[in-house]
Design a protein around this ligand. Structure first.
Ligand code: SAH
Length: 346
């Protein structure tokens, strides 16, 4: 029995040429197959309508085409939609569509589960099962784009890597997926409309800057004081704040693009002037803007949303210091589709 490769979409044209040749088909067939597998529309071998049946059967015997499938869909009262996406090995990730005026933002996952331990995030309670392949991230976008057009009559306008997982711990596949999404087989979206969010893996931020990537960067900061950050995001003990800030300065130096700091404010954790001042200090070092995100409860008594008063203090003091800041209200809370709520509960 022949050993099946994982997915035909992960093999090169060269290998495809060899396969076609070995099986006595003319070489142009290989180009045809390559075109099909690099087109978003092809979800099964039977869709490759210009190939002879004998070649389709041979492909089915030797390869898989693991196009992911939507296994469930939930719709929020605010029109946000959450999708459970089933992968070829039956594992499931979640993706979200967030409509707003004439824009639709797709929030995609980069890993099944997450290996980080942010105490306030529901996804961190899931084990990290595996990284997503680049074509699996790409499939999420293709499926979400179809859903967006069907449900909102608009294609996806923005993409955020803010679903399950830590994108910078699956760097190569994430970068390849962005190349597919923005490439000619993708959905005609520019890098400028894509944002990668990281909990702050400093050495990978360095690498991204060196690789000259063109998309936007967001950092889940939540505290600019090391001891607090280490408590609420214990993994960050391996990524000291100072190294993180240095990597962001380097990012700006190389890309000239501001970073966005994502920031949650909790009662008794960071609702005080010491934390506000520390944030202001970092924002003065790193050209940036701040998104104050509304905390979505995950039923952990240690965490509760700070009073509105403190949110306004953050907002005002940041503005007084000429740091651009805004409040990001949650969407899709009623269906557990909001930030930090993705935990495969359908
Ligand atoms: N691992 C990456 C990608 C996930 S993005 C990262 O951390 O950036 C998900 C965003 O939601 C992060 O900014 C995260 O800190 C935030 N988040 C996590 N739990 C949350 C919660 N309960 N309420 C609101 N935001 C939360």
């Amino acid at each position: 029995m022949s050993v099946k490769v994982d997915d035909i979409r992960s093999i090169s044209l060269e290998k495809l040429n060899k396969f076609v040749d070995k099986n006595n088909f003319p070489l142009y067939r290989s180009n045809q197959i390559f075109n099909w597998i690099n087109k978003s529309s092809v979800k099964s071998f039977d869709d490759m309508t210009n190939l002879p049946k004998s070649l389709i059967d041979l492909l089915k015997e030797n390869f898989r085409l693991n196009f992911s499938q939507i296994s469930s869909k939930q719709i929020s009262i605010d029109s946000t939609m959450k999708f459970a996406i089933k992968l070829h090995d039956k594992l499931v990730v979640e993706s979200v569509l967030i409509p707003s005026g004439d824009r639709v933002t797709a929030c995609v996952s980069s890993q099944v589960g997450c290996s980080l331990d942010c105490e306030f995030c529901a996804t961190s309670k899931l084990l990290r099962m595996r990284n997503l392949e680049s074509y699996e991230i790409f499939d999420q976008i293709i499926l979400l784009n179809e859903q967006s057009i069907e449900n909102y009559s608009l294609p996806i306008s923005n993409i955020v890597f803010m679903g399950m997982g830590e994108p910078l711990l699956n760097y190569n596949n994430v970068i390849n997926s962005i190349n597919l999404i923005t490439g000619k087989e993708g959905i005609e979206i520019s890098n400028k409309k894509i944002t990668l969010s990281t909990s702050g893996i400093s050495k990978m931020i360095h690498k991204m800057a060196d690789d000259n990537v063109k998309f936007n960067l967001a950092i889940s900061l939540h505290s600019a004081i090391e001891s607090t950050r280490n408590e609420i995001m214990p993994f960050s003990k391996s990524f000291p704040l100072n190294q993180l800030i240095k990597s962001l300065e380097y990012w700006y130096e190389k890309t000239k693009r501001k970073v966005t700091f994502e920031y949650l404010i909790w009662k008794g954790i960071n609702d005080d002037f010491e934390h506000i001042n520390a944030l202001v200090k970092i924002c003065k070092r790193v050209p940036s803007k701040v998104n104050l995100i509304e905390y979505n409860s995950i039923d952990d008594p240690r965490f509760s949303k700070a009073d509105e008063l403190w949110v306004n203090k953050y907002l005002n003091i940041l503005k007084e210091n000429k740091v651009s800041a805004s409040i990001r209200r949650s969407r899709g809370k009623d269906i557990q589709a909001a930030c930090g709520q993705l935990a495969n509960k359908h």
